[in-house]
Design a protein around this ligand. Structure first.
Ligand SMILES: Cc1cc2nc3c(=O)[nH]c(=O)nc-3n(C[C@H](O)[C@H](O)[C@H](O)COP(=O)(O)OP(=O)(O)OC[C@H]3O[C@@H](n4cnc5c(N)ncnc54)[C@H](O)[C@@H]3O)c2cc1C
Length: 390
């Protein structure tokens, strides 16, 4: 364990609430871990966040950051998304940091790598920067219902604010959870061979959260789905419109890339999923070269400003996916003091703030009060496993 901020021996979390939950350790400094640490700090609990790589080194630093108010309505995630969307609106001023937040218009676009065919009319107020091989453009969201944020900046701002309130960041890899056999409760966390005392542990390791099943038998299976992205700096500024694209590439293959111009002048383009196994080291994830070419082809096809643009980043990361594609937020059955916040798939940046808020309430006060989180209860998976943990 390297002590970016603190050693294992000196690692007792400062707890400012005497009635509080004891030592709280959060496994993983992605958006789930950092948002939870931030909202815990607002409840007077200074947690210790243990991170194997860097803050936001995985998908929380490489995601698009697109936010939608009502696209999850009608399903279990709807209320979580609505709460989180409203939290995002005020976070930049609350955290006192530039998080890259802004409201955006969102369009569905049909385009192809091959020139020719009928060109779409962008209209007077449409995305005029789409001057390439674009066949259809349609606005797909009502005003005020879509927005964006810079995921890495937001995650780092959460962690910074939590640290300013007394939370600790420890660099190291969690390799196990110590459980007292008599009381069946958590007593500590094994970080690179050293034990950090803990009364409560929150597993927020994104696609690596599945490893927790080795430590706590009731932990649900979480797997990883690889996806790619690039950042392009256009030769001239483009509009702030987010695009969901049906794209036919130069080999005739149909893909669905997403294109998000950012306030810093870059344009984020993502897509190209792969079914390849999750590497142990989050910092070792490499993009597939052909995926990078495909994403560049998208930019070049839709806009002249992007066709000559400079590619500033080529990257890949893994979505955390649960067994029923619904987030896992709550207490793990069978062991006292163990929690999970994971499995948010492609909406983790949108739902990170609300997840952190309800998780903090649950851990600090024993109950989530901002939202009914029963739909996300980890025990739903235990029931299907012959009811052994119910
Ligand atoms: C290409 C792409 C685009 C996306 N775009 C959007 C979008 O536009 N909008 C949206 O809402 N969502 C988007 N998402 C989804 C979003 O990025 C994720 O749902 C979210 O970032 C998951 O956050 P997390 O904290 O659960 O996991 P992660 O960000 O993966 O963080 C987990 C952390 O745990 C650490 N860790 C792992 N194992 C250990 C260990 N043993 N000990 C200590 N630390 C450990 C890792 O190093 C990592 O930092 C996108 C995802 C992808 C892949």
């Amino acid at each position: 364990m390297s002590n970016g901020s603190v050693t294992a021996a000196g690692n007792k979390a400062v707890q400012t609430n005497p009635q509080g939950p004891g030592n709280v350790v959060i496994a993983g400094a992605g958006i789930m871990g950092c948002a939870t640490a931030y909202y815990l700090s607002k409840l007077g609990v200074a947690a210790t966040v243990v991170e194997k790589g860097e803050v936001a080194c995985a998908s929380s630093g490489k995601a698009g950051g697109f936010l939608a108010l009502d696209w999850s309505d009608g399903g279990p995630v709807g209320p979580l998304a609505r709460l989180s969307y409203s939290l995002h609106k005020t976070l930049a001023s609350e955290l006192g940091q530039d998080t890259g937040y802004r409201e955006v218009r969102t369009f569905s676009v049909a385009a192809s790598a091959k020139p020719g065919g009928r060109k779409a009319n962008t209209g007077k107020n449409g995305p005029q920067w789409l001057d390439g091989n674009v066949q259809k453009i349609k606005e797909m969201a009502e005003e005020g219902t879509t927005a964006q944020v810079h995921p890495q900046k937001l995650t780092a701002a959460f962690m910074g604010a939590a640290q300013a309130a007394g939370a600790k960041l420890v660099r190291g890899s969690i390799q196990g959870i110590a459980i007292d056999k008599k009381s069946n409760s958590v007593t500590g966390v094994n970080v690179d061979g050293e034990t950090i005392p803990a009364d409560k542990v929150i597993i927020a390791m994104g696609p690596w959260s599945g490893e927790a099943a080795k430590w706590v038998p009731s932990a649900p299976i979480i797997s990883g789905q690889k996806a790619h992205s690039i950042l392009v700096r256009p030769t001239e500024p483009v509009g702030p419109d987010c695009l969901f694209t049906q794209f036919q590439n130069s080999s005739g293959r149909h893909t669905d890339p997403e294109v998000y111009p950012r306030p810093d002048g870059t344009v984020y383009i993502c897509g190209e999923s792969d079914s390849v196994s999750l590497p142990d080291d989050p910092m070792s994830i490499q993009p597939r070269a052909s995926a990078m070419k495909s994403l560049q082809e998208v930019g070049a096809a839709i806009s002249s400003a992007l066709s000559q643009g400079k590619v500033e980043a080529e990257q890949a990361c893994y979505l955390p996916v649960s067994g029923d594609s619904t987030p896992v937020i709550g207490k793990l059955p069978g062991v006292e003091g163990c929690y999970m916040a994971s499995g948010h798939s492609c909406w983790g940046i949108l739902n990170g703030p609300a997840t952190g808020k309800v998780m903090a309430e649950l851990v600090a006060n024993g109950k989530a009060t901002s939202l009914d989180i029963s739909a996300f209860d980890p025990a739903r998976f235990s029931k299907t496993r012959r009811g052994i943990f119910c």
